[in-house]
Design a protein around this ligand. Structure first.
Ligand code: ARG
Length: 479
């Protein structure tokens, strides 16, 4: 149901504040203030919270067993209506938000029994509790997607373990790496994201019921009971904080923004790797688009869009932080916009991971193109020569300069790659180290490069043994 049809014939004041306000709510007031258009996604969570709440009201004998049962039975009906879309279709003009709508429907179904549900609670704590349950589920889903994507990267890294690749800094050839080392660098990013999800989950999974509008309740509510029912690990220790804070939302918005931002870096790498100039990777046709005009085109749309979505995710985070800054204590209606940022960011995040994961799964890496990028690039082993000299007792800075001077002379003389190698072998200062790195005359550059890769055995380094070790550890972590 869109807001247009919900507005038809609006003449009523909300039953929530019946008795206090003398005039019917103005149409523009409702259009501006109502949140039902977006907080409808909280429907199942409101029902979950309300079920736990009414069970608690029965346990504490605030409502009788019969009332509780009537409400629970009605919630079975409402749950069904939510899942079939009937609930959505039955919204009425005074349904300001999802919480109002559910209480209205409950009262339609049960009469006076339903009128007891809102005992000892306010929409301030109810909306937050529903939002926390929604966020908890969202984090669980996002964690699943992230773990799946990490698994995909590990599988790709294992499959392509024999591909050498030009490691870049400033987009200039830097040092040779394994392609799998690059793949696993993106797994490392996502692994940190996974840790952040787990940590954020703890701060989300807090029971805030009992906070009421701001100050708690005079009724003997058993909050530990509801907390247990809802699977919350802690109970909020301050009711003012509980209804005021949106820190768990901004934290999750950061988690989402960081994930999509990390994916955007992978996207950027893929756009570059699939470019005409590089051709290091080829996307599957079912994860590419063509051009409406140029018959030869094949474009990396997902990898590009994820860069755009990263911008939106960062916008949602800064938007929510800005909207929640300088809030005077207690609940203020500006806080309601938290959900618009949260829902859109969660949706974008889930879809971004799923799409990038599926795209990566079917991407083919071109061994020959990767090797060709290195075959005439002996200078990627310049650091190796300096480090070889260090092993022979020469201070690094002196070794560095000797290699740099030799390279500059070779480049100034416009020597070919093969000539550069020979020029270094013949150098008085670096000759011995260069020969050790490049081998004797006639040794293929690629062979020296593979040796250079296998020499980098520091933990997390690019040597095959290290990369395989990371793949194993990461696979175990997400298992
Ligand atoms: N829809 C509101 C929100 O999400 C619920 C709380 C309304 N509370 C109030 N005092 N008007 O923020």
């Amino acid at each position: 149901m869109n807001s247009e049809s919900k507005r038809e014939g609006i003449t009523n004041t909300s039953p929530l504040w019946e008795g206090r306000l003398g005039l019917a709510t103005s149409e523009i007031f409702s259009q501006y203030v109502d949140s039902i258009d977006f907080d409808i996604v909280l429907a199942p969570y409101d029902v979950e919270v309300s079920r736990a709440h009414v069970r608690m009201l029965k346990e504490t004998k605030i409502v009788d067993e019969q009332t509780c049962q009537k409400i629970l039975d009605a919630f079975d009906v409402i749950s069904h209506e939510i899942s079939t879309g009937e609930f959505h279709a039955g919204l009425v003009p005074t349904d300001e938000d999802i919480h109002t709508a559910i209480e209205r429907r409950l009262t339609e179904l049960t009469g006076d029994a339903g009128r007891a549900l809102h005992t000892g609670r306010s929409r301030n704590d109810l909306a937050q509790m529903s939002g926390r349950l929604y966020t908890r589920d969202a984090l669980e889903r996002i964690k699943y997607y992230v773990e799946h994507a990490i698994g995909t990267l590990c599988a790709l890294a294992e499959k392509n373990i024999d591909i050498v690749f030009p490691g870049k800094t400033h987009l200039q050839h830097a040092q040779p790496i394994l392609l799998s080392h690059w793949l696993m660098s993106h797994a490392s990013r996502l692994l940190n994201d996974r840790d952040r999800i787990i940590q954020a989950y703890e701060r989300v999974n807090v029971c805030v019921l009992g906070s009421g509008a701001i100050a708690g309740s005079t009724l003997p509510l058993d909050i530990e009971f509801v907390a247990r029912e809802l699977g919350c690990t802690t109970i909020s220790d301050n009711s003012i904080f509980a209804v005021s804070t949106r820190d768990y939302i901004t934290e999750v918005l950061f988690v989402c923004a960081q994930i999509v931002s990390n994916l955007s870096c992978l996207g950027e790498d893929i756009v570059w790797m699939t470019s005409t100039e590089c051709g290091y990777a080829t996307l599957s046709d079912n994860f590419s688009s063509g051009s409406s005009m140029m018959p030869q085109k094949k474009n990396p749309d997902i990898a590009e869009l994820v860069r755009g979505k990263a911008g939106l995710s960062i916008g949602a985070l800064t938007g929510a932080l800005s909207a929640t800054k300088s809030q005077i204590f207690g609940y203020n209606h500006d806080l309601q916009v938290d959900k618009e940022a949260l829902f859109s960011s969660v949706k974008d995040c889930e879809l971004s991971i799923a799409a990038m994961d599926a795209m990566m799964e079917t991407t083919v890496f071109n061994k020959l193109a990767c090797e060709n990028a290195l075959i005439d690039q002996p200078l990627v082993l310049a650091t190796d020569i300096a480090e070889e000299m260090v092993k022979n007792g020469i201070p690094f800075r002196i070794a560095y300069k000797a290699v740099a001077v030799c390279i500059k002379r070779a480049l100034d003389a416009e020597l070919s790659p093969e000539e550069i190698i020979q020029y270094m072998r013949d150098d008085d200062l670096i000759g011995q180290a260069a020969t050790s790195v490049f081998g004797d005359k006639g040794t293929p550059v690629l062979q020296a490069i593979v040796k250079g890769i296998e020499r980098r055995t520091t933990k997390g380094g690019t040597a095959t043994k290290q990369v395989l070790e990371q793949i194993e550890t990461v696979t175990k972590t997400i298992a």
